[in-house]
Ligand binder design. Sequence first.
Ligand code: NAD
Length: 287
Amino acid sequence: MAVRIDGKKISQQIKDELKEKVSALRQEGKEGTLAVIQVGADPASSVYVRNKKNACAYIGIGSLSYELKEDTSEEELLRLVEELNGKEEVKGILVQLPLPSHICEANVIHAISPEKDVDGFHPQSVGKLAIGEPGFAPCTPAGIIQLLKRSGIEIAGKHCVVIGRSNIVGKPMALLTLKENATVTVTHSKTKNLPEICRQADILIVAMGKPRFIGAEYVKEGAVVIDVGIHRDAGNKLCGDVKFEEVEPIASAITPVPGGVGPMTIAMLMDNCVRGIEKGPNTMLQG
Ligand code: NAD
């Protein structure tokens, strides 16, 4: 039976470490604020935004919240981003995605100063990640690296198969596991023989956005399985991309949904904010 990787516990450890770091930085006169912008009132986004503000309060950094109306124009949003770019005390800017369809997400992401890009989505952050220079790494994949390391799972030399190639999860996940010296295979919706490729994985990271898709036939005995998916099933219960009860007996370690990858994303956002306060973009969390 697999070890359950406890994302709630590990994210709490990280937040507690950050709380201490924030207090030490304050002694040195270093403080800062995260600015969170939400356009429209999508209920899921509102929950995420509230959780981010609560996490800021917990670790002891400021948060500024901008709740803009659904019909805010792209120009207005870009003006706000520009204004926040120029504010010394704002060390991180986060625009909650998705944005309403009349606003081009890429234009907004590109407008955020790379020094304040705590989501790690700006092309400069992505480029730095690709060439191995210090910069902000996207929070969900950075959180998965922490889950693995803090669970004592060796990444170097392992065959890591990533399902999904999104800019937010799959691609940066591949780059981060490569940086950790894994042998990496990236799979996607056009991949042929997916079960066969997945069965070669020592570490299988599933970010496909398909509820309960990955069953036992995709998993090698003893593999580590990380489930990034978040969905509500027919009974309104949270579930992931993995059939947990089918895969758990085969895997050596597995993340549950909820309580696995989810809580790590906010912890790593806080880590990026603290790095912004410390001295601008720094190395990705190494610990
Ligand atoms: P996405 O829809 O942007 O990307 C999904 C990827 O899966 C695509 O690259 C696609 O090619 C691949 N895919 C789809 N069907 C496939 C198939 N049959 N075989 C192989 N590959 C296939 O999604 P995303 O933004 O990367 O998110 C993935 C999942 O992770 C979603 O459920 C999302 O809600 C969740 N998520 C969770 C967190 C978190 O904090 N836990 C953060 C981001 C995303």
